[in-house]
Design a protein around this ligand. Sequence first.
Ligand code: GLN
Length: 399
Amino acid sequence: MPQISDRVQTFTDSVIRRMTRISNKYGAINLSQGFPDFDPPKALTDALIEAAKKGPHQYSITFGASNFRQALAKKQGRAIGRDIDPETEIVVTCGGTEAMMCAMMTICNPGDKVMVFSPFYENYGADAILSGADPIYIPLVPPEYDFDISLVENGFKEGAKAIIVCNPSNPCGKVFSRDELTAIGELAVKYDAYVVTDEVYEHLVYAPYKHTYMSALPGMFDHTITCNSLSKTFSITGWRLGYIIGPAAFIESARKVHDFLTVGAAAPLQEAATAGLLLSDDYYESLNRLYTKKRDHMLEGLDRIGLKHNVPQGTYFIMIDIQEFLDKPQFAGWSDLEFCEWMIKEIGVAAVPGSSFFAEDINRYIRIHFARGEEVLDEALKRLEKLASLRAVPTSDKV
Ligand code: GLN
């Protein structure tokens, strides 16, 4: 067989997306890949019907349709308290996934170092490899997912060109505090580096926590490459609409990378999503209330069953600690991936093995999400109760 690149053989397919395929195969409740099972706001679906009738059906401007960029600039400009120029400071991408890949390819030469907090959203691993970057992992230490800022400074001293900050953080639900972001930002300025943020869960932050935009901190706009998406905010993960906001000189180069990667995001979907960006703040508040209710419901259910879990400050993910089960003879020597596969088949609930997020050899967590209707969440909880019955099995392997 003709040879393919060594590079693509250094990473696996996405475990998150793989779990969805296994879940579908066995008809499990899919709490692995995070996406909602409910519809987008009517304003968007109505606008989509209009776009189907009236167009546009051909390419938009490669870096984003003008009205879509204007609406984005207005919404995000209000959020960060600074005018954003839709003509020079935004590039529209095919989802947050392309935004991050495009940002990394724009920043990195082969061999450049980039800091990544661990656990991290698995795409960043492949993004680093494909853009030629060498990741330096900074541990977010469970259960609080705190980090040691001196390790960030060491990373910059070693020459890291950028640090990726997923805030709110997938998979651990951490919301970086203003102080933490300020400390990271000050170091980025000191070492003349970029902070690349992934803020796709910006509206899923639970009281009393608040989302702080890195680019809004004093002096940080010129050092921040904000990657974002409409997927989670408007429940349109299949529309693949994302964007990068950053300083004009950076965006000029990122637009070239984006153009040759994908030409552009789907024109009719940009048109329809513009209707979402024009919604008032009531919409974001009601989205937040909806997810707060789901989170509390799921956490209560997990507590009832007695499963150990973190309490996410943001996102729609919960990390469950499965160590007590891995200690049982039935699962002796199992990885968290094997446990997740078993759960899909025997419990009927799909989760993502935590090891796909950690750079460290950590095998004791699984990630579930709660972007599901209440009845589905209740059924999932009912099924998860079966896990509790495993507790009766003695832990000793001399049984
Ligand atoms: N961000 C979601 C997750 O972590 C979905 C990822 C994806 O498949 N693009 O599950």
